[in-house]
Design a binder for this molecule. Structure first.
Ligand code: RUB
Length: 317
């Protein structure tokens, strides 16, 4: 039997897939909002039909971007809170679950920011990669404490999310130097911290983040520049506790090179992996809303928060 997907779910899924809505925290929040619309406007006549509808909507959302674990974690949070024997009760608990998730998302980011800000000293320079709202929460909290900071911002090819970071930092009155990705090595000597976000954190403390994070971290380690990953616990991937690996999204080749330019070159292959994996030995600290952790000890927090389970109830047909 087919289940109706709410237009909000369709629009949200398209926005996430096209990266109009992007960044691990933002896509999780948008997915939660879309599931709330699905539930609130559901015309399902039986509890079974309601649950089926919600699973179909969840699959549509989760399948948009494979790397950010915040998406399945958000959906799991809501599914765990769905309860009731009637459609009305199921609808109400789903909407309440989605709202609770949104509140938690905001609170976690504020709490994380306050902790991350303690690492930043007055007069420090940070070097950023991509655009991470978790990382920027640390800067915002530090600015609120009256610390003055400056930033070296990597452009971040191919989608140039560094431009968003530069704009946000200027709004926080942080002086910004924008650099091309290849210049990062040269500018690491001027930075006190590399500050990045995460899409997923695995049980061994590896950090999955925007492509280019790994080479930045390796370079930073060589120069003794601290590498700090700002990551709400929503980015911890419980499936990795049982040996699952994180799928690295491969995006369209047209993000790297236009058709005309490509044709001029002759027959070439183009690769566009969106993320890479930075092993724990290149990371100094993972800052979460629960405190900061050396990457190797994140597994303890992961077990405490998720147990061994990582159910995916939305995958049932
Ligand atoms: C975004 C990216 C960000 C993380 C964390 O990649 O790699 O560093 O998602 O972001 P993309 P946040 O632009 O491909 O989505 O801290 O906002 O969750």
């Amino acid at each position: 039997m087919s289940s109706r997907i709410h237009p909000d779910v369709e629009v949200t899924a398209e926005r996430i897939a096209s990266m109009e809505t992007r960044g691990a925290a933002a896509i999780a929040g948008a997915a939660a909002e879309a599931l709330a619309s699905q539930a609130a406007d559901s015309e399902a006549e039986t509890p079974d039909a309601f649950r089926r509808e919600l699973r179909t909507a969840a699959r549509r959302l989760v399948d948009t971007r494979p790397t950010a674990v915040s998406l399945p974690n958000a959906v799991r949070y809501i599914f765990e809170r769905i309860e009731g024997d009637t459609v009305t009760e199921l609808r109400r608990s789903t909407v309440a679950g989605a709202e609770a998730f949104q509140t938690q998302l905001e609170t976690a980011q504020d709490d994380l920011g306050a902790i991350g800000a303690n690492r930043l000293r007055d007069g420090d320079t940070i070097l950023t990669h991509c655009h991470s709202t978790d990382a920027l929460a640390c800067v915002e909290a530090a600015r609120e404490q009256g610390k003055s900071l400056s930033a070296i911002v990597k452009e971040t090819r191919p989608r140039k999310q560094g431009h968003i970071t530069a704009k946000r930092l200027r709004e926080l009155d942080v002086p910004v130097t924008l650099i091309v990705d290849g210049a990062a090595g040269r500018y690491l000597d001027d930075a006190d911290h590399v500050l990045v976000g995460a899409d997923s954190i695995t049980a061994d403390g590896s950090v999955v983040n925007k492509i280019g994070t790994r080479s930045l971290a390796v370079n930073a380690r060589e120069r003794d520049t601290a590498i700090v990953v700002a990551s709400q616990t929503l980015k911890l991937d419980p499936a990795t506790l049982s040996g699952h690996t994180v799928e690295i999204e491969r995006r369209d080749e047209s993000e790297v090179i236009g058709d005309e330019e490509r044709e001029e070159m002759g027959d070439i292959d183009v690769a566009n992996p969106a993320f890479d994996v930075t092993p724990p030995r290149y990371v100094d600290a993972i800052v979460t809303e629960r405190g900061q952790f050396p990457p190797e000890s994140i597994v303890t927090l992961m077990r405490e928060l998720f147990g061994e389970g990582h159910e995916t109830p939305w995958t049932e047909q």
